[in-house]
Ligand binder design. Structure first.
Ligand code: GLN
Length: 486
């Protein structure tokens, strides 16, 4: 059961091979046994989970079950969860119990899924290693001395170590895809506006997007059927008809046009990563896909633009943490200004402060035109590159990250080195495009490697279909870390 896909679990529940209570207990036991070593979860409430599982079993008995009814799902601790801690990995929210549910949480609840717990993450989703959490670093199940990637590292580690059959994450510059790549799982960042941001703690609002993480592309499609859809409470949520994300799973690969941007295959990428990615692409070619060389000439500017735009938006979004409304408040202070200063000095970690400083600087009078406005123009150029590329191809493929998982602490003193991890994942969110990471092999040290598939707006089903085909011919996605045997 622990290594089963959501489809298999759903079928097992339907034929009464197992009950949701039993299934939930199985995963809760595994979390209890392994979470000490991995630190993937911040909050687990076994009683609540088992209560939901019991309710799901009753729904099934009454004949009202859907595909996810009774299946435990873990949620990144960035999604507000009523009556439960929602910390966003920060001391600022270490005691915050949300009075309401995020849209995504509501959707999973009404689909009958069981909330398994809240997963650890980089503080306020800023990072690529899940080391900046106030609750301590997450460890990579493939090698506990290494990071699981970030910021959705807790969700990634939980799925990789089979502590959860599936999880949610959020992606602003790569936070679903890069940890998916580092831990050997699948992760999808949907088109901007497809998943409601209501109740998702805001980092950079024009980039943030929730998405699913699971073992297979088919599982991601099932999760997207629950997560996607219009929500009037998020003004950037798109009013579109409901989609069935499984609709292209059987689409043949023959004739699929795969774009290979030469910028993604350069010297910045570790050779063993490139080798596995090229092998995967060769497999697609062997199935009748056509390979098309192309250029994304402005992609070299993406990282710089992102690290202006994201901090700018973060500095504005995080102004709400002022010690007045909710969250941490300094114990001792003089006047109001002193209360703000002490609260924020105590409540935020170093990376969050760095972003607020950068963001405030680039938005300030006198620098706005030189940095923020310039970055917005670059953002548009990057989006145009993609538009031109998708006139010639259906899917863009390349590595998800330039390396495999690095050791804990390796980039701790060098933020720019840390930011370079996002080099391949940042262009998609800057352009609002959907992008998916799936496992495509291992390096010499046995660490997972991710293949990234990027599509034009609303091409999720197509990406998932191509990935599903690949996963029917490979088993990288079913391997389990030796440190966390089944
Ligand atoms: N690593 C990137 C950053 O630190 C992306 C984070 C994310 O996608 N939330 O901003």
């Amino acid at each position: 059961m622990l290594n089963s896909t959501l489809c298999e679990l759903s079928a097992a529940l339907e034929r009464r091979a197992i009950s949701s209570v039993e299934l939930t207990r199985l995963f809760l036991d595994r979390v209890e046994r392994l979470n000490g070593a991995l630190n993937a979860f911040i909050t687990v409430d076994a009683q609540r989970s088992l209560g939901e599982a019991h309710a799901a079993d009753q729904v099934r008995a009454a004949g009202g079950a859907g595909p996810l009814t009774g299946i435990p799902v873990a949620h990144k601790d960035i999604f507000c969860t009523r009556g439960m801690l929602t910390t966003c990995g920060s001391k600022m929210l270490a005691d915050f119990v949300s009075p309401y549910d995020a849209h995504v949480i509501e959707r999973f609840a009404s689909a009958g899924a069981v909330l398994l717990g809240k997963t650890n993450m980089d503080e306020f989703a800023m990072g690529s290693s899940s080391e900046s959490s106030f609750f301590g670093p997450v460890r990579n199940p493939w090698d506990r001395a290494r990071v699981p990637g970030g910021s959705s590292g807790g969700s990634a580690a939980a799925v990789a170590a089979r502590l959860a059959p599936a999880a949610t994450g959020t992606d602003t510059g790569g936070s679903i895809r890069q940890p998916a790549a580092f831990t050997g799982v699948c992760g999808l960042k949907p088109t901007y506006g497809v998943v409601s941001r209501y109740g998702m703690v805001a980092f950079a609002s024009s980039l943030d997007q929730g998405g699913p993480m699971a073992k297979t592309a088919q599982d991601l499609a099932l999760l997207m059927n629950v997560m996607g859809g219009h929500d009037a409470r998020d003004s950037t949520s798109l009013a579109r008809d409901a989609e069935d994300y499984t609709r292209e799973l059987q689409t043949p690969l023959a004739g699929l046009r795969i774009g290979l941007p030469r910028e993604y295959f350069g010297t910045g990428c570790a050779p063993h990563v490139l080798a596995r990615v090229r092998e995967a692409i060769a497999w697609f070619e062997s199935q009748g896909a056509k390979l098309i060389d192309l250029a994304l000439p402005n992609s070299g500017l993406a990282l710089a633009a992102y690290y202006v735009i994201a901090p700018a938006e973060a500095s504005s979004n995080l102004s709400r943490f002022d010690g007045v409304r909710y969250g941490h408040r300094a114990r001792a202070y003089g006047d109001l200004a002193d209360m703000y200063c002490r609260t924020r000095a105590e409540g935020f970690g170093a990376e969050v402060k760095r972003r607020i400083l950068i963001g405030t600087y680039v938005l300030s009078h006198g620098y706005y035109d030189a940095y923020y406005l310039q970055a917005q123009k670059v953002r548009r150029l990057i989006a145009r590159d993609f538009a031109a590329a998708f006139a010639r191809c259906d899917v863009i493929m390349g590595p998800t990250a330039p390396s495999t998982a690095f050791p804990l602490g390796a980039n701790a003193d060098d933020p720019v080195q840390m930011y370079l991890n996002d080099i391949y994942t940042i262009p998609a969110p800057l352009s609002g495009l959907p992008a998916l990471s799936i496992p495509c092999g291992f390096d010499g040290a046995g660490l997972p490697i991710g293949l990234q598939l990027t599509g034009s707006h609303f091409a999720e089903a197509r990406l998932l279909g191509a990935a599903h085909r690949y996963q029917q011919a490979t088993d990288w996605h079913l391997r389990v870390p030796a440190e966390t045997p089944l």
